[in-house]
Design a protein around this ligand. Structure first.
Ligand code: 0XT
Length: 308
């Protein structure tokens, strides 16, 4: 039974990764449910075989009295903002003054959700927290465990923190507000508020019902991963089972960055999730270190914000 339980956990994690992270299902829902039920039956007969990373343990039973405060191992930074092309050209000039490399920029979508940090220890999801003020956040582990795109065990036994944006897809937001409106409940103003409200639930079964998703974009204490740039970090995160956003591009000229921004300004309405800007970062990590940080934000990155 123990061997079969471990086999089922591994197979369910693989299918779950394919479906929720890669968006490429490998078996039918029916087949998945059969395997899942087999694991539930074994765990019911042998409760001592239940492990924290079993997919049957995603929705916690207990209702929390409140949220514990947690201090981030490495502070979660904020970003300087740009509002037009001139701001970006000025940013480019500042960067060129601080480094002589022919710098490469990586552009990533700025997802309009809630910034969270996930800590993995030896590949197992241990703790999830909100950004809070960047130094101290709130422990929302049991709510983040209900987000199916968050693997409870990575494909490699790494110990590090990943950062990303937890969000509610536009379709789930519309459906949730329709249901709330029908019940005479107050509706959410936008998907970001709905995601934040869904993650600040003391009862994780409510969170589980909200169909949240996540894109990871950064990490802390990730020496194990041995990556030399942001673009390689994102590839590595995807390789080990974490969900990253595919709409990312690398450019060497700010003119090309601007063309990408114009392209995404058009494409924005077709995305299945809200974005509030584009984040432009120096891609190479050693160049990032050379450029450094201000008191609260990296000097090597800027967030272009779409007009409200
Ligand atoms: C380097 O720091 C950051 N990088 C980011 N990248 C993306 N894609 N989205 C963000 N919201 C974001 N936020 C911060 C503070």
């Amino acid at each position: 039974a123990e061997e079969r339980a471990a086999e089922l956990r591994e197979e369910l994690q693989r299918h779950s990764n394919a479906y929720y992270v890669l968006d490429k299902p490998t078996i039918s829902d029916y087949e998945y449910d059969q395997l899942y039920q087999e694991l539930v039956d074994i765990e019911t007969d042998y409760p001592e075989l239940i492990t924290s990373e079993s997919p049957t343990q995603r929705v916690g039973g207990k209702i929390l009295p409140g949220f514990e405060k947690v201090e981030h191992d490495v502070p979660m930074l904020s970003l300087g903002n740009a509002f037009n092309k001139e701001d970006l050209l000025n940013f480019d000039q500042r960067i060129k003054r601080l480094t002589d490399d022919s710098v490469q920029y990586i552009c990533e979508l700025k997802i309009d959700g809630l910034a969270v940090s996930l800590r993995y220890e030896n590949g197992v999801f241990q703790r999830g927290a909100t950004r809070g003020d960047g130094v101290v956040g709130e422990d929302i582990t049991q709510n983040l465990r209900t987000v199916k795109a968050i693997p409870l065990r990575l494909k490699q036994p790494y110990t590090f923190e990943v950062r990303g944006e937890c969000y509610m897809p536009k379709s789930s937001f519309a459906k949730l507000n329709e249901e709330r409106d029908e019940k005479g409940q107050e509706i959410f103003a936008n998907p970001r508020n709905a995601a934040a409200g869904s993650l600040r639930q003391l009862d994780s079964s409510v969170t589980a019902s909200r169909n949240l998703n996540i894109f990871l974009y950064g990490a802390a204490n990730f020496d194990d991963l041995d990556v030399s740039s942001q673009s390689r970090l994102l590839e590595k995160l995807a390789d080990i089972g974490l969900r990253t956003n595919p709409e990312r591009r690398i450019f060497t000229s700010m003119e090309d960055v601007w063309s990408f921004i114009e392209e995404m300004t058009e494409k924005r309405t077709e995305l299945t999730y809200d974005i509030d800007g584009i984040v432009i970062k120096v891609d190479d990590f050693s160049t990032q270190e050379e450029i450094g940080y201000t008191v609260k934000a990296p000097r090597w990155a800027i967030a272009y914000k779409f007009p409200a």
